[in-house]
Write a protein that binds this ligand. Structure first.
Ligand code: PMP
Length: 287
């Protein structure tokens, strides 16, 4: 059975899905996206992803062709028809196609946004072997634009960053600006000193992770100490443990930074416990 995807109101087999060559997502990376995870056939934190999508769209004066309720229905229908037990739903809204290439935004009254969604089946997502071993990261300069709080599809540099990490036998890269870590290429970054969790404060410099919000909430409920501030890569290399969070990796322990092993080189107790709590609570509140 081929995967069924959603394009502008229609559910179609992936090989029949079409978007114009003039689509501004394709020509200008003029689009925003969301990734929502699926566990046990249910959506994790859909409300958070829908709210962030509305904010991203608003910041770019872009319209969404459907309501958030309809969006929930589309997510659920794709999970159902593609029989997703564990995996992801990817959603992208672009400013559509004005039928030519012009820098100026087209009038949304004339040009509707393009809406595309597809599923990615990932059996074993929650029970990832990587989470048991931990990942290795390198640091790279953060040369992205200044509105990283908007979840745009401009992902070339994060892709380049991941390739730089891969070349060094590592899994991911943490990006550095003005001497401080901003975030991972596709995740928020944390270090642990003693029992204190340190992660960069929210601003336009980083994406406001939906998983970050949930994990910090759960950590506070578990009486863990949290400091939201920028930290340097040297501080990170000297930390007791480190981890990243994202919708597709949940809480992922980091065991090596720029060749420096953290602790005994295995996932630390804080990251491991947070992963456990996060998965448990997410399954409970999934819709
Ligand atoms: N930062 C960046 C740059 C990301 O791409 C992502 C994942 N989309 C995150 C953080 C984590 O966000 P979330 O927890 O909402 O997946």
């Amino acid at each position: 059975m081929s995967r069924i995807v959603y394009v502008d109101g229609a559910y179609v087999p992936e090989e029949d899905a079409r978007v114009s060559v003039f689509d501004r997502g394709f020509l200008f990376a003029d689009g925003v996206y969301e990734v929502t995870s699926v566990l046990g056939g249910k959506l994790i934190d859909f409300g958070g992803h829908a709210a962030r999508l509305e904010r991203s769209l608003g910041e770019l004066d872009m319209a969404c062709p459907v309501t958030m309720d309809e969006l929930l229905g589309i997510h659920r229908e794709l999970v159902r028809v593609n029989e997703i037990d564990e995996g992801l739903v990817y959603l992208q809204v672009t400013r559509g196609s004005a039928g030519d290439r012009e820098f100026e935004f087209p009038d949304p009254a004339d040009v509707p946004s393009t809406l595309v969604l597809f599923t990615q089946s990932k059996p074993g997502l929650a029970d990832s072997p990587k989470a048991k071993k931990g990942i290795k990261v390198i640091s790279i300069p953060d040369i992205r634009w200044g509105r990283r709080d908007i979840k745009t599809v401009q992902l070339l540099y994060p892709s380049v960053g991941k390739m730089m990490a891969k070349k060094e036998g590592c899994d991911d890269a943490w990006m550095i600006e003005d001497g401080h870590v901003t975030e991972g290429t596709s995740n928020n970054a944390y270090i642990v000193k003693g029992r204190k969790i340190i992660t960069r404060h929210l601003s336009n410099d980083i994406l406001h992770g939906i998983t970050r919000a949930a994990v910090l909430h759960l950590a506070r409920e578990a009486q863990m100490e949290i400091e939201e501030r920028a930290f340097t890569i040297d501080e990170a290399m000297a930390a007791d443990e480190a981890f990243v969070t994202s919708a597709s990796t949940f809480v992922m322990p980091v065991v090596e930074i720029d060749g420096e092993t953290l602790g005994d080189g295995t996932p630390g107790p804080v990251a491991s416990r947070l992963r456990e709590i996060y998965l448990e609570e997410s399954r409970k509140s999934a819709i």
